[in-house]
Design a protein around this ligand. Structure first.
Ligand code: C2E
Ligand code: MG
Ligand code: MG
Length: 728
């Protein structure tokens, strides 16, 4: 059968395909007799042709046919126009040239020229138009053969599937990206992490992940509403992207949780800096729907291969680090280390024990003097809660207060502290004030003024002798409720102090908006002031000037050394609290000192603050010349340490100190006296996010495995263990 050229008007009846039962005819349910060009069309055939023409004109589908060489012999006029041509102009063109060759979009596209030469039939093959932007066709075709079985060409049909493809793409974008922030979603990032780790483990490369959780986001959501919460999350995403740079590596896991993927990063110095940047940036105030709000962030970091080789392990460990960061007072980062498994257990156990601690009488108050910086006389005391655990001994309030806050035990505990402190203070000689810390959770409780009034009434302490210490996080909630609470407390006649100024966002605006009687400048801020080049001194001077203008007192917290005290006095800070005057003491001890009705303390302490040294008793390895010595580290700073355990080591001796978990650092002996050596590290340690130190880099498990293989053992038997000095 020959294929006469169709008429340019698209009515070449002869070339209309029969669709092999599935194409166009199958769709409209018509049956067509085999075309016979030499005979006049019957009424039935004419009717069918008319229907076909209507169908073509409706734009719902189109037809095509080719000769045995794959050249077009027919194409619906409408689709030719869509391609910016006429049907006539396309006749003779290669059918496969109408479509783009294979690209990343469609695997199956590769098969069109192949299918045509193989003379196979095909159904709904998705093909991208070569002529118009992003237009897609689903094309079907049937090969045709003459009576002698000779291939004569193709007949087929096509439909426009551009829209379906777009919605499929949208759906897959939805499946991969978070619709609120546009960041990768949990599914996307975990797939990425899986593939990255699989590839990297073969190439012995490292990859870090950060898990991030917003602090106090729930408060914003609850007080300002969900649309405000959503707007806030968008801004958080923008700030994260600014710091991380690579959009594909930042994801929102859901709620207020984010994850960042950092391929080829293992330097804990860099990671710590980045985590600190992220926390600082996310802690800056936000403006959402006309309201100002502040949140914070905590970050947990885990690095492959050191902290896990599979994505499950790595994520679980980063999560553990995040949990520890939050437990440590929030607004912090924390690197994963294996002892966190134990601390997570401990924390859960502590939570249990804390429930009964009050009832079992394990809580006590100790009091730290607040001293007039000019006269050295004690003007008041800060009540600090102490928990002595029956098995574990004293537990720091920095550890258990956050647990109490999370579990709502803070209400009972806070009320007990208020009652006990006012009761004790009422019995103190003179007019010494007592300061009580009030958690933001207590502050958000409408009952607080009543609890305070009851405590004062029960103890008989005059309200002006009670000072409530509040941190700036109380300003994060609803501002109407906050100012209502301030008014209610002031109406009782108690004093209010802003605690820990200089640790959070520290807006001087708070000082104007709330009726504070005192600002307490945080220890970290004062410490910073003694460092060369620091601007903290100037800022403290400004705060003091503002406080004086507003008739507020100022207290510098955590003053330990005489140089700090000197500076604080020069800056005209009115009060000082810190070890330089006194550590917190028991009520009994306090009564002994203050018997006469007044208490003056002479400041004592080190002349200057030393580079933060951690006193400790920690067993580490010191490796020299293939010998491994077991030594005890007595103190540690970023740049050096004091070790004990080897006799008479010559000055200048080099060691490799093994802190465990692949943390090795080269050190040189700078001081040596019998069994004690002062050593200096070749590269300084970095913060572990928990007030401790760690090495920047670790020895990769790959290297350890390779070394073990080389030496034929499982561990590193390169060293003999000894405690006598054998080096030269
Ligand atoms: P804070 O209110 O800022 O209390 C000052 C903290 O600094 C106390 O730690 C105190 O012992 C410590 N400190 C004072 N002088 C020095 C110094 O010269 N050097 C150093 N290194 N530290 C100094 P503490 O008792 O461990 O309390 C920690 C935090 O726990 C308190 O910080 C406060 O936020 C919270 N806290 C303590 N007691 C209570 C309480 O009864 N209720 C509530 N809600 N929080 C409390
Ligand atoms: Mg305080
Ligand atoms: Mg404080």
């Amino acid at each position: 059968m020959s294929n006469p050229a169709p008429r340019p008007d698209g009515q070449g009846g002869q070339a209309v395909p029969d669709g092999g039962g599935r194409g166009f005819l199958g769709k409209i349910g018509a049956r067509m007799a085999p075309p016979r060009p030499e005979a006049a069309p019957s009424i039935h055939t004419r009717e069918a042709l008319l229907l076909l023409r209507n169908y073509e004109e409706s734009g719902q589908g189109w037809f095509w046919s080719t000769d045995a060489e794959g050249r077009l012999t027919y194409i619906t006029q409408y689709v030719a126009e869509q391609m910016g041509r006429t049907a006539a102009a396309l006749i003779g063109a290669s059918f496969s040239d109408l479509f783009l060759p294979v690209d990343s979009h469609g695997e199956r596209q590769r098969t069109l020229p192949f299918l045509l030469t193989k003379q196979s039939k095909f159904d709904e093959l998705p093909l991208r138009s070569a002529f118009e932007g992003d237009r897609w066709w689903a094309v079907s075709g049937r090969p045709h053969f003459d009576g002698g079985g000779r291939f004569t060409g193709y007949r087929g049909s096509g439909t426009d599937i551009t829209q379906q493809r777009q919605s499929a793409e949208d759906a897959s974008r939805l499946a991969m990206y978070d619709s609120l922030t546009g960041l990768a979603n949990r599914f996307n990032i975990s797939k990425k992490l899986d593939t990255t780790l699989a590839a990297f483990s073969q190439q012995h490369r490292s990859c870090a992940i950060m898990l991030l959780d917003l602090d106090r986001f729930k408060q914003v959501n609850d007080t300002l509403g969900h649309p405000a919460g959503d707007a806030l999350l968008k801004q958080v995403a923008e700030r994260l992207l600014k710091i991380v740079g690579d959009k594909e590596m930042v994801s929102r896991l859901g709620g207020d949780e984010f994850q960042i993927l950092l391929p080829d990063v293992e330097d804990r110095g860099k990671l710590g800096d980045m985590a600190a940047d992220i926390i600082a940036s996310l802690s800056q105030p936000y403006s959402v729907e006309g309201s100002r709000c502040i949140i914070g962030a905590s970050v947990g970091v885990a690095i492959s291969p050191f902290d896990g080789m599979t994505s499950d392990d790595l994520v679980r460990n980063a999560d553990l680090a995040l949990y520890a960061a939050k437990g440590n007072g929030r607004g912090r980062f924390r690197f994963y280390s294996s002892d966190l498994h134990q601390s997570a257990e401990d924390r859960r156990a502590l939570e249990e024990d804390l429930r009964d601690a009050l009832a079992r009488g394990e809580m006590e108050l100790s009091y730290q003097p607040v001293v007039n910086a000019k006269t050295d006389t004690v003007t008041g005391m800060e009540a600090l809660v102490r928990w002595t655990h029956p098995e574990r001994g004293p537990i720091s309030p920095s550890l258990f207060i956050p647990i109490a806050e999370e579990t709502n035990l803070i209400w009972a505990l806070g009320e007990w502290v208020l009652r006990k402190a006012t009761e004790d203070a009422a019995a103190w000689p003179g007019q010494m004030r007592v300061a009580v810390n009030v958690s933001p959770i207590q502050f958000a409780n409408a009952e607080l003024p009543k609890i305070v009034t009851h405590a004062l009434a029960a103890s008989g302490l005059p309200p002006e002798q009670l000072e409530l210490e509040i941190t700036e996080s109380v300003f994060l909630g609803d501002s109407a409720e906050t100012s209502h609470m301030f008014k209610a407390l002031k109406a009782i006649g108690v004093r209010l102090a802003l605690d820990d100024f200089g640790t959070g966002y520290s807006s001087l605006g708070y000082l104007q908006s709330a009726p504070f009687d005192k600002i307490k400048i945080d220890q970290s801020f004062v410490r910073g002031a003694t460092e060369p080049g620091s601007r903290n001194g100037a800022i403290i001077a400004a705060i003091v000037a503002l406080a004086e203008a507003l008739e507020m007192e100022t207290t510098a917290e955590g003053i330990e050394s005489l140089d700090q005290l000197d500076l604080i006095r020069k800056l005209n800070v009115s009060h000082v609290q810190g070890y330089v005057y006194s550590k917190p003491v028991s009520n009994g001890e306090l009564l002994g000192h203050a018997e006469s009705g007044s208490w003056t303390i002479k400041p004592t302490g080190p002349a200057r603050q030393r580079n933060d040294r951690f006193q400790m008793f920690r067993k580490v390895g010191a490796i020299h010349d293939n010998h491994r010595y077991a030594v005890v580290m007595r103190n540690l700073s970023a740049t050096g340490a004091f070790i004990e355990g080897i006799q008479d080591v010559p000055l200048g001796t080099q060691f490799v100190i093994d802190f465990g978990e692949g943390q090795l650092v080269t050190a040189t002996v700078r001081r040596s006296k019998q069994h004690q050596q002062g050593i200096q590290f070749e590269t300084p340690l970095v913060s572990d996010g928990n007030g401790g130190l760690c090495t920047r880099h670790r020895v990769s498990p790959y290297l350890i495995a390779a070394a073990a293989q080389q030496s034929g053992g499982l561990s590193l038997p390169m060293f003999t263990t000894t405690s006598d000095w054998t080096g030269k």
